[in-house]
Design a protein around this ligand. Sequence first.
Ligand code: DX5
Ligand code: ZN
Length: 220
Amino acid sequence: MFSSPHPPVVAPSLLAANHGRLAESCLSVAQAGLPWLHLDIMDGHFVPNLSFGPQLLADLRPLCRLFFDTHLMLDNPQHYIEPFARAGAQQITIHAEPDYPVGPTLARIRALGLKCGIAFNPGTPVSAVEPFLAQVDNVLAMTVQPGFGGQKFDHSVLAKIAQLSQWRAERKLNFRLEVDGGVDDVTGLLCRAEGADTFVCGTAYFHAPDRRKFVEVLTT
Ligand code: DX5
Ligand code: ZN
């Protein structure tokens, strides 16, 4: 069991909303009083799916003050940092798996005045993100294979979340610990018990019968 130094946040993932009405969905999150919106950016290479580009963030930006938590699932994220920063992202999280200069890309995100994060897939050892822990604001543990919403939570990632929490405490680090994929009111609490503080919820949030209650379960 671990706890986090950060207050818990639910970050609804726009991927699970109706893509014909993205502005409405974005506004509904803001009107519900939630501070974050999670934006999943997919390139059809790193993951077998396509989603949004910087234009979506730019168009949503003037509508709300939500913290745009931008998750780049791209083979070459280093080419897209400036476009997403210009479009209004507050945080950009990049993956540890592809072959590109990860450390310098994190440093560039920071230099643009944004928060930066490192993500890893369920099959990736947690040691892949360890060299970056002192450099990031956010560590994103994928709890499904990225690419699609609505998949089943992978319980094997819980041990990695615990390991990250232990490192955070022992080394006096301050990153947020975000979980993404199959997170609902049951699996989210399992993650919270291991020190996760940021809960990306797509399907579980947008299809919750009572969104307010759903958020309360994960954050109180
Ligand atoms: C998956 C994305 C997730 C996705 C989560 O590749 O990174 O953010 O939207 O969706 P749910 O909550 O439905 O598993
Ligand atoms: Zn995501």
